[in-house]
Structures are given as C-alpha cells and as structure tokens.
Design a protein around this ligand. Structure first.
Ligand code: SAM
Length: 440
C-alpha cells in the first residue's frame, strides 16, 4: 500500500460518513511539529445558522481554540492534515471507526475497528457559543449584563465574554494539574503541608463590614470545609471571574466549592452579593475588604485579575500565606520598579527610550514575581492571557505549589541577582526573603 492510499481511504470514509449522516466524531493526535502546534484536534458536526459545519477544537497545552469549517471544506482539510501536521487520526462513524497511523518515516496504514459510537451526536451547536459558558451560565451572565434579556451576547460585551471563557479554560487546565477535576476529590489542603509563614503585619485598616472569619464559620451558604475547595478572587470588581469560577466548579464539574470575591468598593460588593443570592449560588460570597489585610480562611486557590500595581504583589503574598496550592494573577499597571530601575550595560543605550524602559520595568516586575513564587515553593509559568490586540495587559503568572517554601537558596539567590542587576532597592514581596527556613 503506498503512503497516499491510507490518506485517501480514510478521507473517502470520512466523506461517505458526512454524506450519509453516519459521522460521529474525529480526533487528530501525534502532531508532527511540537512547537506552537495543538496537541490534539477534535472535530464534530454542527449546524451554524442552518449551515452544516465541522467544528474543530484545537487543544493546546493551556487553552482550547475553536474553528468551524463549512462541511464542503472538511474532507480537503483532513487530507491536508494527515501525515503533514498529525501522524494519527481517528474517524468515528456509526458503522465503523477508522484509524490512520503514520510513522516518522511517513509510512502510513489504516486500521478499522468496531464503531465506538452507536448514534451520531446532536448537531446543535450550542454546547455553546463559547465552551464552558453554556446555557447554565445564562442567569449570572444576564445579571452581569454580558447577555441581554433574550440571552443574546451584547456586542459591547463580546470581549468580556471571550475573556471569561478563556480564563476558565486556562483555569480548568491548571485545576487539572492540581488534581481538582476528579470526582470525589480528596481535599487538596488536607495532606499537603502549608508553608510555615507568619502573616506579614497588616498594612491597611480593615474595612470589612462582616469579618471573613465570621463568614468562614457561618453555616449559611458555605459548603462543608472538609469537601469543598475554597477559592478567592482578589479585587474581583463586578465579579465576572468570581461568578465564572463558581460556575465552573458548581455547575460544570458539579463539585462543592466555596468562592469568595474580595473587593474594596462597597457598591460592587452589594450588587454582586445580591446577584449571587438571586441565582441561589450556594458557596459564592462577596466581601468588602482590602487585598492586603482582609481576613480570610485558608484557601486552595487565589486569583487576581488586573489588580493595580502592587495590589498584585499583595495578592501573591496573601496566596502564599493562606497556603494556596494554586495562585493565578494577571497584573495590571506596574509602577513600583520603574523609578528604581537602573540602566545596566549593555541595556543602557536601549533603556534611554521611555517606552523600552517601561516595558523593561514590567518585564522585571513580573519576572521577579515569578521568582518570588518559586522561592515560596511554587512551580510557575508565564502565559499570554488574552490576545494582545484586546489589551496590552495580557500576561498571566500561574503558580502551583509543589515544593517546600523558603528552603531553596538557589531560588532566593536568583531574586537577589535580578534585583542587583537592575539596582532595585525595594519590592513589595521583599519581606519573603527574610523567611529563609534553612538559615534558622
Ligand atoms: C481593574 S479592576 C478588575 C476587576 C476584576 N478583577 C476583573 O478583572 O474583572 C480592579 C478592581 O480591584 C479593586 N481593588 C483595587 N485595589 C484593591 C484592594 N487593595 N483591595 C481590594 N480591591 C481592590 C478595584 O476597586 C477594582 O474593582
């Protein structure tokens, strides 16, 4: 059998299944290129505005991208992928499953199996306009004015909708890494040592009307501490992501969760709490408080999206102190380091340009944040959050606690070296440097 035969055969089977209405699903795996390529592509048949399409989910390590192809282009698209972009493919039909496998030398074969699907899935697209935000998210998305009264996406809120959805996709990959997606989860904080840190003295006056410790003890909406994960969203604003996280756990994964939104503005806290009550969001609550000082119970995950300037550092510090397994921050403005930033050679000639200096200050600030998290025992990654055409503030730092905090002197040294290189005298996270447990 020549190499092109298996390609043509599977494409013929695919075309036949589309024509006969027996196509169930498609999966491509084993990408030829590993850099910037999706790990997998999943395909299913959908109707979009009455027109048949092949809907593709391109699965990257930290996000999913959806693409829809008209049905008429589907077979030629598959032909172009096989052997060139992916070495394996599976076309499932209700009659037979067809598996294409090619090796590194390009030698391909086709194997057929018993069908794994007995009937074709519903072609209704609305599993939905955006993945995790399906119909079950309608009440809170309407309450936050992302959807209109008819449940249609407001044009002006399309970016926000995309942002929430994308955030939840990233978060679900991270939650998976933390082992939080399995059913009957063990409480992740029960068997992992929390860092031995003494909270840094509170810097801001506490403005909380109701103390979070009291909220933590209340029996009202809070799920059982022994089975529910506890998540906090610092500087939650209108609560888009707070509702989103609650939705992800409660409604998508059907897991008990307690999500706390912290916000300094009383008006926002009042409206978000009202909406949470209105939609009967058990386990979701908003409190008025300052990121740096609000009283909180231990948490499993802490997020902060666009917390201004050093509020992001405060959120990171609180996450470490509260023993969060997962910390995810997407910083906003970076003002602390810029006035301190030295101009070491050979960068000096470039840093005389204000824009370059500003970018370098952002780079150094976020780089230092990641290093501080590593010193605190976290594995960090820096990702692009939303495409840069939507906002220049598109960087995200995700950190998963995996090691002992404050014992890795090499990690500590990297912070000092970077600070020395840029002559940085002060960074809000500096007090963490004093928590060296090996020294004592
Ligand atoms: C840019 S908004 C982001 C809101 C939300 N995280 C989002 O991305 O949709 C920042 C929010 O953080 C709140 N905020 C700023 N500093 C804070 C602090 N120290 N403590 C609590 N909230 C704060 C602001 O009132 C504002 O609502």
């Amino acid at each position: 059998m020549s190499n092109t035969e298996p390609v043509e055969l599977i494409c013929a089977k695919f075309a036949e299944s589309l024509a006969r209405g027996t196509f169930a699903r498609l999966a491509l795996s084993s990408p030829v290129e590993v850099v910037d390529a999706p790990e997998k592509v999943l395909g299913r048949f959908v109707m979009l505005k009455g027109v048949p399409h092949l809907s593709l989910t391109l699965r990257y390590p930290t996000r999913d991208v959806t693409k829809n192809l008209p049905k008429s282009d589907a077979v030629s698209w598959l032909r172009a992928q096989l052997g060139t972009h992916f070495r394996s493919a599976l076309v499932c039909t209700t009659q037979r499953d067809w598996q294409f496998i090619s090796n590194e030398a390009g030698v391909a074969r086709l194997i057929d199996h018993q069908p794994s699907a007995k009937k074709t899935p519903s072609p209704e697209h609305d599993r939905k306009r955006a993945g995790l935000l399906d119909d079950s998210a309608r009440d809170w998305l309407q309450g936050l004015d992302v959807l209109d009264r008819e449940g249609k996406l407001r044009v002006s809120m399309a970016d926000k909708h995309r942002q929430i959805n994308h955030y939840l996709e990233i978060f679900s990959h991270l939650a998976k890494e933390c082992g939080w997606m399995e059913k009957n989860i063990q409480h992740p904080t029960s068997n992992i040592q929390r860092p031995m840190v003494t909270p840094t003295p509170e810097r801001g006056a506490m403005e909380v009307g109701c103390s979070m410790l009291e909220v933590g003890c209340s029996q009202t909406n809070a799920p059982n501490r022994s089975s529910a994960l506890q998540l906090v969203d610092m500087g939650c604003g209108k609560g888009y992501l707070t509702f989103g996280l609650w939705h992800l756990f409660s409604r998508v994964w059907k897991q008990p969760v307690r999500v706390i939104g912290v916000e300094t503005r009383a008006d926002l806290v009042s409206t978000t709490n009202k909406l949470a009550r209105q939609i009967k969001a058990d386990g979701l609550e908003f409190v008025r408080g300052e990121i740096q000082s609000v009283k909180l119970p231990p948490v499993d995950a802490l997020i902060a999206l666009h917390a201004c300037n050093t509020a992001t550092d405060d959120a990171i510090r609180r996450g470490i102190e509260l023993g969060a397994k997962l910390i995810v921050v997407a910083p906003c403005c970076h003002k602390e380091l810029r006035p301190q930033l030295g101009k070491p050679e050979p960068l000096a000639a470039v840093l005389r340009h204000g824009l370059m200096e500003e970018r370098m200050a952002e780079w150094a600030t976020d780089g230092l944040r990641a290093l501080f998290l590593e010193w605190a025992g976290y594995r960090t990654k820096i990702l692009e959050f939303v495409a840069s055409e939507h906002t220049p503030k598109n960087l995200m730092i995700a950190a998963i606690r995996e090691g002992e905090p404050f014992v890795d002197d090499a990690a500590r040294k990297k912070i000092e070296e970077l600070k020395n290189f840029f002559s940085v005298q002060h960074q809000v996270l500096d007090p963490l440097l004093g928590k060296n447990q090996t020294a004592s």
